[in-house]
Design a binder for this molecule. Structure first.
Ligand code: SF4
Length: 433
């Protein structure tokens, strides 16, 4: 029985109990949200990962993606990147390798972390079609479903599957007649090529019932991939992307009715003032299914610092209701990320998620306590309360002040230590402070 099936019968599972404890929410709230398809718990009946509930009323979660490319295949490094992402505070991990022995890499990465691990099966399906038939468009339906089953059997907890990328969405793209950023989804672009070459409907849409049955066997979360996501701010909310979103929202509700845990995925690249609309559209059309966004990047000209561009968009998306944000690293658009890129990406996304949650959930008590610790020059408390206490302490120690209470930013001109001294006690004791 899947989590959503259990929730529909009123059953409380161990996973629901752990989810309630980790989020400090009533168990009944978690059960009801799972029943209504508004919360999912990515896991797998064959591999018990950390319980990370995702969805309405819960802390915004951060995903880190790792994986080999065809140019750089260093499995040990990918395993270290996965561990680094977990240590940096990622909530989920996606293993997105496209180079090397994909079955072996997936097993190694899953074994290296406690996190729920996600995947995109189209990568492996098209890679195996190329290896077997020397042509990705010769991918057979049986091979495609075999890859999905194989990845589920290895313990994958959530999978991005491009079910909503149909002939109708491709037609919409043709009629639209432009795409500033082209097609930036690897799985999406291959699937569009397959449909055009074979003049056939996407089997992931046509046989959606078969996809759902596989996922239900493992209680794996089916995350509806965004194959036509905007990869440029000028493509934001274009008709092709919205067409796919409409279908994905429809499929999310169909999958939930069939007893499968469902999520929808989103872009990509969006200007700041389109983000709220995108989240609202997804939430309204799917009856609040969990929304997983990549970034979104709010400008296309920040290469080298795209983790910041993405964090700005992710904060706005989280504020308006996005539930899981995929990190972006400083190497985005430029190269395969290394370990340092992964850590920077996770940290930037965590700031974004927390900033969104301060508004979405009113989760601002820690910020208030930090303000008071700063005001009172309590440096140990600042290190404890900060998202990155160790890093903060390291920077402070690297440029130690002459007066130990202060820091070298102002030194003896420390506003809090000197000018504020006349008000210090009254600030602390006056009113409710
Ligand atoms: S020295 Fe300046 S920056 Fe440092 S704690 Fe004092 S006021 Fe803040």
């Amino acid at each position: 029985m899947t989590q959503i099936e259990a929730a529909k019968t009123g059953k409380i599972t161990d996973e629901m109990r752990a989810a309630a404890a980790s989020e400090d929410r009533p168990i009944e709230y978690i059960r009801e949200m799972i029943e209504r398809g508004r919360v999912v718990i990515p896991n797998n009946t064959g591999r018990k990962a950390r319980i990370v509930p995702i969805g309405q009323g819960l802390r915004t979660k951060v995903n880190a993606s790792i994986g080999t490319s065809s140019d750089i295949i260093d499995v040990a490094e990918e395993v270290e990147k996965a561990r680094a992402a977990e240590a940096a505070g990622a909530d989920t991990l996606m293993e997105l390798s496209v180079g090397g022995d994909l079955d072996a890499i997936r097993k190694e990465v899953i074994a290296a972390v406690d996190l729920p691990v996600g995947s995109v099966p189209l990568y492996q399906a098209f890679k195996e079609a190329i290896e077997r038939y020397h042509d990705p468009n010769k991918l057979t339906e049986e091979l495609l479903f075999d890859v999905i089953e194989r990845q589920c059997a290895d313990g994958i907890a959530f999978m991005a599957v491009h079910c909503g990328l149909t002939r109708l969405t491709v037609e919409r793209l043709h009629k639209q007649g432009y795409r500033y950023g082209g097609l930036v989804s690897r799985g999406g672009s291959y699937m569009v090529g397959w449909m055009l070459a074979n003049n056939k409907e996407n089997p992931l849409y046509e046989r959606f019932d078969r996809v759902v049955e596989i996922f239900k066997r493992y209680d794996c979360v089916l995350s509806l991939g965004n194959g036509l996501r905007a990869g440029a701010t000028h493509d934001s909310l274009d008709r092709a992307q919205v067409q796919e979103l409409v279908i994905n929202c429809e499929l999310a509700n169909i999958g939930q009715d069939m007893g499968c845990q469902m999520m929808c995925e989103g872009p990509g690249h969006l200007p700041l003032d389109d983000i709220e609309a995108n989240v609202r559209l997804q939430k309204r059309m799917s009856d609040n299914a969990p929304f997983y966004v990549l970034g979104p990047l709010v400008t296309d000209i920040a290469a080298g610092y795209d983790h910041i561009s993405a964090a700005i968009g992710a904060a706005e998306a989280a504020r308006h209701g996005a539930d899981l944000i995929c990190y972006v690293t400083p190497a985005e658009h430029l190269a395969l990320p290394n370990r340092a890129d992964v850590v920077e990406g996770v940290r930037a996304a965590r700031i974004a998620a927390h900033s969104g949650d301060m508004v979405k959930l009113g989760a601002n008590a820690r910020d208030r306590d930090m303000s008071k610790a700063r005001r009172d020059l309590r440096w140990d408390d600042q290190a404890r309360l900060g998202l990155f206490g160790e890093r903060a302490a390291e920077i402070r120690a690297s440029r130690a002040p002459e007066q130990p209470d202060t820091c070298t930013m102002c030194g003896s001109f420390c506003a809090l230590d000197n000018v504020g001294v006349h008000f210090k006690e009254s600030l602390k004791t006056g009113g409710k402070l």
